[in-house]
Design a protein around this ligand. Sequence first.
Ligand code: HEM
Length: 556
Amino acid sequence: ADYKWPSLPYDALEEFLYEGARPDGSSLADLVRPCKLRGGTNTTVAAEWIRLVYHDIATHNISDGTGGLDGSIFFETNRAENVGAGMNNTLSDFSTYPNKYVSRSDIIAIATVFGVATCSGPVIPFRGGRIDANVAGPTGVPDAGDSLDSLTNNFAKQGFNVSEMIQLVACGHTLGGVRYPDFPTIVAGSGQTTVVDLFDGTQQFDHNIVSQYLDGSTRDPLIVLNQTMASDLRVFSSDNNVTMQSMNSADSFAQTCTTIFDKMLNTVPSGVTLTDEITLVPVKVSAVQLTVGTSQLQFQANVRLVMASNSTTVSMYWCDRYGSSANCAGGLKRYAAPGGSLAVSSPISTAMGVTLRRFQFVVPIAASQSIAKFWFVVDYGNGTTVVADNGGSDYVVDQDEVLWVPSMSRDKSVLTGANGIFVTAAVKSSSTPSRVYIDCFGRATTDFLPMNKTYDLALNTSIPAVAGYTFYTGEATDDFGSTMQFDVVAVGADGTNSVDTYRQSGLIGVALAPASTVNSTTAGNVGGASGAENVRFGGWFGMVGVMSLVWTLSYL
Ligand code: HEM
């Protein structure tokens, strides 16, 4: 089926893959790009990340379906088979990124495709939907001292035949190397000073690992340094170099590694169904929020566009929810220019050559009118103007009964260091909910275990009503980790729930773009009221004001 907003968890996975960051802006991509070295070493962050993913999947057993990419590695780093400073560095890199819809094991997979792409490797396809293990799994990562028989059997148990074993090891060992003091029988050193002997001398995801092996110039420490520990030699030569010869060009190496890394990332416990490949959504709406401001409602939405040029401009249109123009009756639409915009990218969008910009809309909304649905008109600055209306159905604001109020919520850890989030919700004064509560989920916890709990909010009459809304307050008292996602639920007198869905505690205190001026129009060519189809038109739209390119972040 064609993509339609909202599509959780697809939206969350897509945002991570192409923008590289958590919803509050904290960037996983920035830890690894541009093919960064790990501080104090001559290996790359990408190499450390890729070794970790393989150690997670290496315990897969194809015959009973256990193990695979399930994040169990988070509970296994004290094992001898997982020795190496890179492991704990990597766990700490990943720790704050998983959320309700992006599991820890999906983060490990996304990190792998980032690491390969930012070191000039190919774009590996990514599917989501991995399910995390919450305990350690079986042991069984191959050891450099293993015999060829033992290595071959081990890879067969994981689901890889001999040529796939060779491909996987060659593609894995194009980055990074072996380090002292972690592997003192392979790499020489003294004291605690880190030395990394690189597999092929470069920090790039290139076929040097293959060409140097074939032409005899290799320096791979798992070939040349200690014959007992020469596992790369045993693996690479195990089919008389047929597979290595087939990978001995930039193109064949990139193609082979794409296929074999795709298979590695999709090696998951039986019973896990992965999503379709996560592809770029060309017009991507996010961070939609209706809330209560100081005297009226405030609506926020971001739209991310593939930029045709720097002169691409965009405007948001919407219909009232109530009153004489409800649902754009009489053709009346409101519209506004963005309050700001921000270039966003990940190693994947960069490697694909797409330029993305997120336009941020913040508009005041009269509570008596509220908002029913919105859409965008995009002028690409090259004569093409497009109505982006969610495939004809517009972006529907499904309810305004209960609204999270981030400006009146607080992260207690920022205030006092203690666990907890104070949450304030606004509920329509005309309704009498039997219960208002928050359903909270945290995955970026210190013990790596997901946390899911509900907390009741209570009517708080000490806060004066605003714009026909009264306030309910309460506190999520447990440790949900660095970010928590939650739904705010009001149970109506008739038993039906109104839900403000997938709110992000990480957004508390993040300043919004400036609010824009609201205009009205009855023009017929801007989508909305009539439209099941995208209307294209040219020329008219040049009047949208110059956008501020400033993105401000400040904390309460
Ligand atoms: C025969 C199987 C394998 C053996 C015996 C083996 C062994 C090793 C050893 C001993 C190191 C040094 C680790 C350190 O010093 O921290 C290493 C590094 C590495 N391995 Fe493997 N490996 C194998 C397969 C793989 C596979 C299949 C991949 C990925 C697809 C992989 C990816 C890496 C990476 C990227 C590094 C560099 C890490 C860094 O620079 O921090 N390895 N491997």
